[in-house]
Ligand binder design. Structure first.
Ligand code: HEC
Ligand code: HEC
Ligand code: HEC
Ligand code: HEC
Length: 404
């Protein structure tokens, strides 16, 4: 569909998403199929006006012009990283849109040597081709360290590693944020990276195999014993690899729930486009306005809830971290970040505002979330610890702040 036919809502939404991306400081964005439906002219205008950093190597106009750079160099953790994008060909729609989307495999064969010639330390691929094709690309082009897949559902809680390439998918429609941590050395020589998040899982598997072996009786069948021994050996080997490998990453998926603090500027764009407040938003807060009080600040008006909360494990969630230098990986779930006009601090507990959102100015309205949605709980209760079980329904019956 050429310009004009795409309709205003698609464009306004695309423009909004683009603005938010630029606002959030994204370094590169791949053109997706929905973006293309808004019209190439429109995307070019976004690149010029909003400075959207599109990178899509296999997109051409009918006369062979490439509207966007195929890749760009980005500084990341002291390294020079080449970020390249490829989008999915859909010949029928491409014809109607007046564009050509060339074969991703051939395109990469042309572009990757170009990138390497610029002396980058690592290559990252942005793709909407889907996991199977991405695995194929990872096998074919081992110089790609990281593939960030988009526009697909569901997200992958455990990123697959194909050779030296890690494939990440954080789901569609901006509902989740995928966070990858690694270091410069790992990114540069990402031979066969180990997922350090797996250490706990393998420790638990080893413990369970060993416990079974200990309990085995003389009647236990040989084949069963062999299977347990194999499990224990596999776990030991995996742990050895995780502990000795210097090439590593960790990864998590963070749901973006409506109680994420509202950025006033973004909220006003959403209102302008949709004519409605952004989902989950209360009254938007002005910059510099106090946002959190900490749980103690809720006590005066909600004494009964406070007394109940103090008796829950959430109030004691900081316990395991006490007396040590706080490990930043633990704070997001075992503590509450409290942002006030005077600066940010950490409340050593899963406080009221971890579930209800910032409440300094609420007095029963404002930003407070009355009934936190399940996504709020899943932000922390998502199986980070290997033996964790979370029965969502049962848990919610336990977390009922009393009236008063
Ligand atoms: C993604 C969220 C998340 C992260 C990150 C996290 N935890 Fe937890 N942690 C939980 C949840 C949820 C529970 C409760 C599990 C349950 O109900 O079994 C828990 C329970 C625990 C417990 C058991 C508490 C008790 O009283 O029995 C310990 C100890 C603990 N965590 C330590 C840590 C440490 C140390 C870190 C950082 C390395 C960490 N956790 C990171 C979510 C997290
Ligand atoms: C672990 C998450 C969590 C924490 C922590 C939490 N709440 Fe709640 N709160 C909820 C949920 C969930 C509901 C809705 C309960 C329901 O479904 O009936 C709720 C409901 C409420 C209500 C409305 C109760 C009613 O029915 O009138 C108030 C007021 C409230 N919470 C205040 C607080 C205060 C104050 C604190 C801290 C002292 C706090 N909450 C801590 C999850 C939490
Ligand atoms: C100055 C008094 C005051 C303080 C401080 C206060 N609240 Fe409230 N809160 C109220 C009143 C009054 C209501 C109920 C009236 C209403 O619904 O407008 C209420 C209602 C709520 C509700 C239910 C809202 C809903 O939509 O059902 C929640 C949740 C809540 N408060 C949480 C908190 C939390 C969390 C804090 C601390 C950050 C806090 N409150 C601090 C006075 C206060
Ligand atoms: C900011 C992170 C965080 C959020 C949000 C959160 N929890 Fe928790 N929750 C924890 C941690 C950490 C623990 C374990 C604390 C400990 O024992 O040290 C825990 C413990 C619990 C427990 C006690 C486990 C038990 O066996 O009794 C229940 C129940 C629970 N959470 C339910 C919920 C529900 C329901 C929600 C959403 C309304 C929620 N939590 C939101 C972090 C969180």
């Amino acid at each position: 569909m050429p310009d004009g036919a795409a309709g205003r809502p698609i464009r306004e939404r695309a423009a909004l998403i683009a603005r938010v991306m630029v606002y959030a400081g994204v370094a590169a964005a791949n053109v997706g199929r929905l973006d293309l439906a808004a019209g190439l002219g429109f995307l070019e205008a976004l690149a010029a006006g909003e400075r959207v950093p599109w990178v899509t190597a296999n997109l051409e106009t009918r006369d062979g012009r490439r509207p966007f750079p195929g890749w760009r160099a980005v500084r990341w953790g002291g390294l020079q990283v080449g970020v390249v994008g490829v989008t999915r060909p859909e010949p029928d729609q491409d014809r109607r849109l007046g564009i050509r989307v060339t074969d991703p495999v051939e395109t990469l064969a042309r572009v990757l040597p170009e990138i390497s010639a610029q002396g980058v330390d690592a290559v990252v691929l942005l793709s909407n081709l889907g996991l199977e094709r991405e695995k194929e690309l990872a096998r074919r082009y081992p110089q790609i360290r990281l593939i960030v897949g988009g526009g697909t559902y569901p997200y992958l809680p455990e990123p697959p590693v194909v050779g030296g390439t890690v494939i990440l998918h954080a789901g569609d429609r901006g509902r989740f944020l995928g966070v990858l941590e690694t270091d410069a050395a790992s990114l540069r020589e990402w031979s066969a990276p180990v997922n350090r998040d797996q250490e706990g899982v393998w420790t638990a598997r080893l413990a369970s195999a060993e416990a079974r072996l200990r309990k085995a009786s003389p009647d236990t069948a040989r084949a069963v014993l062999n299977a347990w021994n194999r499990q224990a050996a596999a776990a030991r080997a995996a742990l050895e690899r995780i502990r000795t490998s210097k090439v590593w990453f960790t990864h998590r998926i963070v749901p973006l729930s409506p109680d994420v603090a509202e950025i006033p500027e973004v909220a006003s764009w959403v209102r302008r486009v949709t004519g409605r407040p952004s989902p989950g938003a209360g009254s938007p807060q002005r910059p510099g306005q106090a946002t959190h009080t900490g749980s103690a600040g809720c006590r005066g008006c909600h004494p009964k809830v406070y007394r109940w909360w103090v008796s829950t494990r959430h109030a004691r969630a900081y316990g395991p971290l006490r007396g040590k230098r706080p490990d930043p990986r633990c704070l997001g779930c075992h503590a509450t970040r409290v942002v006030r006009a005077t600066g940010a601090s950490t409340e050593p507990a899963v406080g009221c505002e971890a579930c209800h959102g910032p409440g300094a100015k609420h007095r029963g309205a404002g930003n407070i979330v009355g009934v936190p949605p399940p996504a709020t709980c899943r932000r922390c209760h998502r199986g980070y610890h290997p033996n964790e079980v979370f029965d969502e329904e049962a848990a919610r019956t336990k977390i009922r702040c009393p009236k008063g």
